[in-house]
Design a protein around this ligand. Structure first.
Ligand code: SF4
Length: 481
C-alpha cells in the first residue's frame, strides 16, 4: 500500500532561511492557524494570540528564527515572495509598537517576549517540533490548536493528523499517481517495465497534480531561484546575524576564482565561470563556494529553496551548478536533475525522515547528498541502477551524522557541512558511474532502513537540541533576541 503522494514541489519550496523545520514549518503553521480560525468564523473575534514552542523548537528556536517565523506567519506574509530585506524593520516595528497586524489589517497587541513562550522543559509526545497557537477571543474565551513541524517545511495538525508512522505528512494531497512509488524497488520496477528514465516516471506522476507545462514552469522557477540565491551569496560580504560572529566567505572565494571580475546577473556569471573553466583545485573550490554562498544566504534570513531542508539547502544547488559550469552542456539537465533529486528525497521521507529533530544531520545533509548523487548520475547519462547506487553510496557515508549546531544557529557546522555533502555527492556519482550495480551489496532501500533505525537509536541530545557534541565545545553567549 502506498502511504503518501509527494510532489517534487513538496520537496523543493521557495522560502526564507534559516530552517525548514524551525522557520518554514512554524511560519506555515501560523498561516494555517489563521486559516482555520477564518474557516470556523473565529477570525473577527480574535483579540490576542500567544504561541508556545516545545521540544527542539524551544531549545534551538531562538537561533533558528522560530519566533521571527511565527510573527511573519501571523501577518500572513508569503515566504516565497515577501521582501526579505524588509524583515528586520518589520520585526523592529512589532517590538517598538507592541502591535502585530494580522491579515485584513486587523491590529492586535503583541509583545514577542511575553507572547512567544519557549517551553524548553517540555516535549509534546507526537514529535519533537511541536507548537501551539492560542487565541484569546474578545469574549475572554480561548481557542487553541497544536501543530507539528516534521521536517522539510511539512506540518501536521493535532495528534499528528495526516501523518504516517514515522511522523511524515501526506504531500501534495490525495492524488492517484499513474506509477505509485513507496520504495526504491518500486521506482526501479516502473523504469524497467516501461523503459523509462527516473525523470520520465516523475513527469508522468506529476500530471496527477497539474499540466506538464505548469510542471516545467515550476521547475524553471526553482532553478532560477537556486541560481539567484547562489549569485547573491557570492556577492554579499559581512558577518552573519545571530551573535556568533561568523564571517561570510563565499564572496571572497568567488572574487578570487574570477580574478576580481564582476558579472551583472546569475546567467552571465554562470557563463563566465563556464568559459573560464579550471583544474581540479578550482572546480573543487567552486563547489564549496556555491554551497557556502547558499547557506550564508540561508543563515542571513535570505530567500532560499528548501532542498529538502533549509539547513541542507546548499548541497543540491552546488552540485547542479557544478554540472552547469563544468560538465557537458545540456539544456534539459536542470529540470531532469530536480525531478530525479525530488523523487529520491521523497523516498527518504517515506522510508525514514527529513527531520534533524528525529534523525540528526543524516536526515538533512545526508539526504540532500544522496538526492544530488542520484540526480547528477542521471544527467551524466547513468542508468537508473547507477542512480540508485549513487544515492546509496552517498547516504552510506552520512549514516549516524549528528545535529549539534553551535548556539542553535544554522551556521556551525551547517554551512561547511553543505560543501562536504556536495563533494561526497559528486564522488558517489563518480563511483556509481564507474561501477556495475549488479555487484552492489547494499540496496538503497536497505540504507534508508538503516538510516531510520539509526535515527531511532540516536541519543536525543544529537537531534537539533544544541545540548551535545560540537554545540558544547564552543562557548557562546548569544543575545536573547
Ligand atoms: S547540523 Fe545539520 S541538521 Fe543540524 S541544523 Fe545544521 S545542517 Fe541542519
Amino acid at each position: 500500500m502506498v502511504r503518501e503522494a509527494i510532489s517534487v514541489f513538496d520537496i523543493f519550496k521557495i522560502g526564507v532561511g534559516p530552517s525548514s523545520s524551525h522557520t518554514m514549518g512554524p511560519w506555515r503553521a501560523a498561516q494555517r492557524f489563521l486559516g482555520e480560525c477564518r474557516d470556523q468564523g473565529l477570525f473577527p473575534g480574535i483579540g490576542r494570540v500567544r504561541v508556545e514552542l516545545y521540544g527542539s523548537l524551544a531549545k534551538t528556536g531562538k537561533g533558528h528564527g522560530t519566533d521571527v517565523a511565527v510573527m511573519l506567519g501571523l501577518m500572513d506574509l508569503d515566504p516565497a515572495t515577501c521582501d526579505t530585506r524588509a524583515i528586520p524593520a518589520t520585526l523592529d516595528l512589532i517590538r517598538s509598537s507592541g502591535i502585530l497586524v494580522l491579515p485584513e489589517g486587523k491590529a492586535m497587541p503583541f509583545d514577542p517576549a511575553a507572547d512567544i513562550l519557549f517551553q524548553r522543559g517540555t516535549t509534546l509526545p507526537f514529535h519533537p517540533n511541536g507548537l501551539r497557537f492560542i487565541a484569546t477571543m474578545s469574549d475572554g474565551s480561548e481557542h487553541g490548536r497544536t501543530y507539528y513541524s516534521i521536517g522539510g517545511g511539512f506540518i501536521v495538525g493535532e495528534e499528528g493528523e495526516g501523518a504516517g508512522a514515522n511522523g511524515n505528512a501526506a504531500g501534495a494531497g490525495a492524488a492517484k499517481l499513474p506509477m505509485p512509488i513507496e520504495k526504491a524497488e518500486d521506482l526501479l520496477r516502473h523504469c524497467r517495465e516501461r523503459g523509462l528514465t527516473v525523470p520520465q516516471v516523475v513527469r508522468r506522476n506529476e500530471t496527477a497534480w497539474r499540466t506538464p507545462e505548469r510542471t516545467e514552469e515550476g521547475l524553471e522557477g526553482i532553478w532560477e531561484a537556486l541560481k539567484a540565491c547562489a549569485y547573491k551569496g557570492c556577492h554579499t560580504e559581512g558577518i552573519l546575524p545571530g551573535g556568533l560572529g561568523v564571517h561570510r566567505r563565499a564572496a571572497a572565494m568567488n572574487r578570487d576564482l574570477l580574478d576580481g571580475a564582476v558579472y551583472a546577473d546569475p546567467e552571465s556569471w554562470i557563463q563566465a565561470i563556464r568559459a573560464k573553466g579550471g583544474g581540479f583545485q578550482d572546480i573543487l573550490k567552486w563547489v564549496s563556494c556555491f554551497a557556502l554562498a547558499v547557506n550564508e544566504e540561508n543563515a542571513a534570513f535570505g530567500r532560499v529553496v528548501t532542498a529538502p531542508t533549509n539547513g541542507a539547502a546548499g548541497v543540491i544547488p552546488a552540485v547542479l551548478l557544478y554540472h552547469a559550469c563544468f560538465c557537458p552542456e545540456n539544456p534539459e539537465a536542470p529540470a531532469d536533475f530536480l525531478l530525479t533529486a525530488g523523487e529520491f528525497g521523497s523516498l527518504f521521507k517515506k522510508g525514514a525522515t527529513l527531520s534533524a529533530a528525529m534523525g540528526g544531520c543524516q536526515a538533512e545533509i545526508g539526504v540532500s547528498s544522496a538526492m544530488s548523487a542520484a540526480a547528477l548520475t542521471q544527467v551524466l547519462g547513468g542508468s537508473v541502477e547507477q542512480s540508485l547506487m549513487a544515492a546509496e553510496i552517498a547516504m552510506e557515508h552520512h549514516l549516524g551524522m549528528t545535529c549539534d549546531p553551535v548556539g542553535g544557529l544554522v551556521q556551525i557546522p551547517c554551512i561547511e557541512r553543505n560543501a562536504m555533502g556536495a563533494v561526497k555527492a559528486i564522488t558517489a556519482c563518480q563511483l556509481a558511474l564507474a561501477s556495475d550495480p549488479a555487484h552492489a551489496k547494499v540496496s538503497l532501500d536497505a540504507v534508508i532502513k538503516s538510516m531510520w533505525e539509526t535515527a531511532k537509536d540516536m541519543n536525543t541530545k544529537y537531534k537539533e537540541t544544541s545540548e551535545g557534541g560540537l554545540a558544547l565545545q564552543i562557548p557562546v553567549n548569544l543575545a536573547e533576541c
